[in-house]
Design a binder for this molecule. Structure first.
Ligand code: PHE
Length: 340
């Protein structure tokens, strides 16, 4: 019996198994109920009593070795390349791979920029972390003036104030400081306001603001520029209307509505049955602002406007909740793939 066990141990050491079929043959030969190891257990009753403990142990060791060998080979074959090769079917259609696409906000921002580029507005950029002068003081927000509360601010340092810019008008202040008119520029960028997040507001959003300073720039120029923008963005039939408003840096100031592009102005639930949708703020640059930035306000006049990219995107694509733009759920984003 002992010699039989040794013989089988030796066989286990020498055995070569390379395929799943060979492994199955091995299982039947050694490990099945009719296999060689089970036969040893059947013979066990014939072993003299005094040898039983020793022989019993040897048979058990043999059985464990065989079982472990089988288990290891099975796992390896599961991962083995020979099996992979078998599964490889070169006639199968290629799996679609998802490639990245532009975010809807990037697409709309680009569209706004392109529209103004075509009539000679160039891009200017500035810092997101700004000083008080460029966000507020230069733009005619007096210190402690309640108009500063129109844009709840994230302060980074107090006195002298350093804050996250609440609008990209700060970039325009920098442009006016460093360039001579004629100035025709747009400033796209991220802005930050300490506001509760809701379907209509977020503490981070994107703006494109525009500025035109030259001799004899008039309110009519502003109106015509914005009409051109509205038609390019929302379609040739689009109309605009201006409502009086207030901004510290423009005088007079206006809020601009476009005719609802869903119902064509007849009234629907998107425009709340008014036929109009608000898209931006604008006005003639206040002479104080020109002076603060080193431009002679007797010689030059200018207009400015500012819009939220998310708002334009919501109107253009009838997105009801601004938060979708920030959640980046692929099911939402995929709807814009190929939109441009
Ligand atoms: N800066 C204003 C805002 O962020 C928008 C604006 C720009 C209004 C220029 C008028 C003129 O709300």
């Amino acid at each position: 019996m002992k010699s039989k066990i040794e013989e089988l141990q030796k066989q286990l050491g020498d055995i070569k198994i390379e395929t799943v079929e060979q492994l199955e043959v091995f299982r039947q030969e050694y490990l099945s109920k009719k296999g060689k190891i089970q036969a040893l257990f059947a013979d066990f009753k014939n072993v003299p009593k005094e040898e039983k403990p020793e022989v019993g142990q040897l048979v058990n060791v043999l059985k464990n070795n065989a079982q472990n060998l089988y288990n290891d080979l099975k796992v390896n074959m599961g991962n083995s390349s020979s099996k992979e090769e078998k599964k490889l079917d070169l006639t199968r259609p290629v799996e679609f791979s998802h490639i990245g696409a532009r975010h809807p906000i990037s697409m709309v921002r680009k569209e706004i920029i392109d529209i103004f580029n075509r009539i000679g507005f160039v891009i200017s950029e500035g810092p997101e972390v700004e000083d008080d002068f460029h966000i507020f003081t230069a733009l005619n927000f007096p210190k402690e003036h309640p108009a500063r509360d129109m844009q709840d601010t994230f302060f980074i340092e107090k006195d002298p104030d350093v804050a996250l810019r609440t609008h990209t008008s700060s970039v325009q202040a920098r442009v006016m400081e460093s360039q001579k008119p004629p100035i025709r520029t747009i400033s796209p960028g991220r802005v930050f306001r300490n506001e509760a997040i809701s379907a209509r507001a977020h503490c981070i959003f994107h703006q494109v603001e525009g500025l035109y300073v030259d001799k004899n720039v008039s309110f009519a120029d502003l109106k015509q520029t914005l009409l051109y923008f509205a038609k390019e963005m929302f379609g040739e039939e689009t109309k605009i209307r201006l409502r009086p408003s207030y901004f510290p840096f423009t005088e007079p100031s206006a809020e601009v509505d476009v005719s609802c592009n869903i119902c064509g102005g007849k009234g629907c639930n998107v425009c709340k049955y008014t036929g109009w949708l608000e898209i931006l703020g604008c006005g003639m640059v206040d002479p104080n602002v020109l002076t603060n930035c080193g431009i002679d306000s007797d010689e030059y006049t200018g207009f400015a406007f500012g819009m939220g990219v998310e708002r334009i995107a919501m109107l253009k694509y009838q997105v009801k909740d601004l938060r979708y733009f920030f959640e980046n759920d692929k099911r939402f984003l995929d709807q814009f793939t190929g939109a441009y």
